[in-house]
Design a protein around this ligand. Structure first.
Ligand code: ATP
Length: 497
């Protein structure tokens, strides 16, 4: 006789209310606020029997699985099967499955319980997401395809995500794929690459006649297979492919500001950063030492620092918040405001009215400089760095006050003539966030800026990609794009202190 036969209707109801299911007579599965508690008494029963029932072993709480880690659960012909992500090492999860035999009589209760478990485990996250997976075979150290197969594919399969995998075959291929994507067939585009492929995907979506709708509807996510992987760090706080895959499965749609970059007659979109000076050079001028991995940025930085290189330019900024204390207040107010539950609906309403990319409020770089912009001296510019996300790569919380959708970007300028000691201590204090308050670091929250280089040759980096070394103008569009995040906001990197 199964345990279920022994239960009165009242007991059954009570179990359902507490999210407890008894299977195989002696396995109790209880859903709590944040965990699934598995009390498997089957081994204990054996011990009990061998002790002639004299020693009643206390039921042990022998397994607790965080609901966040639950990937899937189902009732098959004769089993209840639960799949979850288990920490295999500090930076990895692997898929583990447990199953318990189920009698015909137990099935109905088990099916109801499974629904309850999945509702709790997924919360507001969409289940069984339909994912367009793009693999850059040359991203990072060239291992994106094998990283995907080994660490991400099993997580997506266990979560019953539908995947459509495609490798990019040439530079710019992801732009074409996104431009022609059937956006109703996918919930997210997942790039297995560095930040280069997400940059192309945003730009491909931005080239469509229904750009606004496509950018609002299609979430972009990154499985970290490059060197910087800024998108993954900001969205999920990890550099691990398997943990990022779990975060995608459980990811929440989150609106993201995007930045239009105009140069001559071109217009592109940026989601991460724009840099000129030392950072752009470290990013793009160190391709010859790519084998160093992420260390190449540090090495490139130190070499240029020692030389005290400067990059003269003209800069004008449409400043919205110009001092650090007010920036901190803005950050605190924004992060504690009640969530706008209609944010997505509003975006789709705007997209229905004007489907193309938003108009440029400030024109392009070839227009006259708009009134009211602050002109910043750039004669001895060392580092011009504008950020739309906080973290640029592991431990580089470069823009601690950035917010996903406040319609502002954070613009940092550092004079190239600051002493080597000051520059080095700024670099050292990036992980702690203390560099934010250093007087030589100028910070403004801006809605637009223009930069005109004086020299003939050099590097300008947009999201880590090189653009021509010519004047460009940037203008932010509030909540134009969409990413997946763990909690509906950037990962809890240290905010400004
Ligand atoms: N099959 C391909 N052949 C050549 N280039 C490609 C191919 N697929 C994608 N690319 C290009 O590779 C560039 C870099 O991509 P990605 O950012 O993914 O890797 P990465 O540069 O190694 O990463 P990181 O920027 O973190 O160093 C992109 O500009 C993209 O257009």
């Amino acid at each position: 006789m199964s345990s279920q036969d022994d239960l009165s209707q009242e007991q059954e109801q009570e179990q359902e209310q507490h999210g407890t299911l008894i299977v195989d007579q002696s396995v109790s599965l209880t859903i709590s606020a944040d965990s699934l508690l598995i009390l498997d008494d089957r081994r204990d029963r054996k011990i009990d029997r061998s002790c002639c029932g004299l020693l009643q072993p206390k039921p042990e709480l022998n397994h607790a699985i965080s609901l966040y880690n639950i990937l899937g659960a189902e009732v098959t012909a004769s089993n209840l099967v639960i799949a979850y992500a288990q920490y295999a090492a500090k930076d990895d999860v692997s898929v583990t499955t447990v199953q318990y035999p189920i009698s015909e009589k137990e099935k109905k209760a088990a099916e109801t319980w499974v629904q309850q478990l999945l509702d709790m485990a997924y919360g507001k996250a969409l289940r069984g997401k339909r994912l367009k997976i793009l693999i850059n075979p040359f991203g990072g150290k060239g291992a994106a395809a094998s990283l995907y197969q080994r660490y991400a594919a099993p997580v997506f399969a266990a979560a019953k995500c539908q995947v459509d995998v495609q490798s990019t075959e040439y530079r710019g291929h992801a732009i074409e794929i996104a431009e022609n994507l059937d956006i109703d067939a996918y919930d997210a585009v997942v790039c297995c690459s560095g930040d280069g492929l997400p940059y192309e995907v945003f730009n491909g979506l931005g080239k469509r006649p229904d750009a606004r709708k496509a950018l609002a509807q299609t979430a972009v996510a990154l499985l970290p297979c490059g060197s910087g992987n800024g998108l993954t760090w900001n969205a999920f706080g990890t550099g691990s492919v398997s943990i990022a895959a779990l975060a995608i499965v459980k990811g929440l749609r989150t609106p993201l500001d995007l930045v239009s970059i105009s140069q001559k007659d071109s217009r592109t979109l940026s989601f991460l950063s724009q840099s000129f000076g030392i950072v752009a050079e470290c990013d793009l001028g160190t391709e010859n030492i790519r084998w160093m991995g992420a260390q190449r940025f540090t090495y490139g930085f130190l070499v240029r620092l020692i030389r005290q290189t400067i990059w003269p330019c003209d800069i004008a900024i449409k400043v919205e918040i110009g001092d650090k204390e007010r920036i901190k207040e803005h950050y605190a107010a924004w992060t504690t405001r009640p969530q706008d539950l209609d944010a997505d609906t509003k975006r789709f309403e705007i997209a229905a009215k004007s489907p193309g990319l938003p108009e440029l409020k400030y024109g392009t770089v070839t227009d006259e400089l708009p009134q009211g912009w602050e002109v910043v001296s750039g004669e001895t510019m060392g580092n011009f760095y504008a950020g739309n996300m906080a973290i640029m790569s592991k431990d580089t919380n470069m823009f601690p006050a950035t917010l996903p959708d406040d319609g502002l970007m954070d613009v940092v300028t550092i004079d190239g003539k600051v002493s080597r000691g000051t520059a080095l201590s700024m670099m050292n204090e990036i992980p702690s966030g203390r560099f934010f308050d250093m007087p030589d670091l100028n910070l403004r929250k801006a809605s637009a800026f223009r930069l005109v280089p004086h020299q003939k040759e050099g590097y300008i980096s947009i999201d880590g990609e090189r653009i021509p070394f010519e004047a460009f103008q940037a203008e932010v569009h509030q909540a134009l794009g969409t990413i997946l995040t763990k909690s509906g906001r950037f990962y809890e990197a240290e905010g400004p202190r």
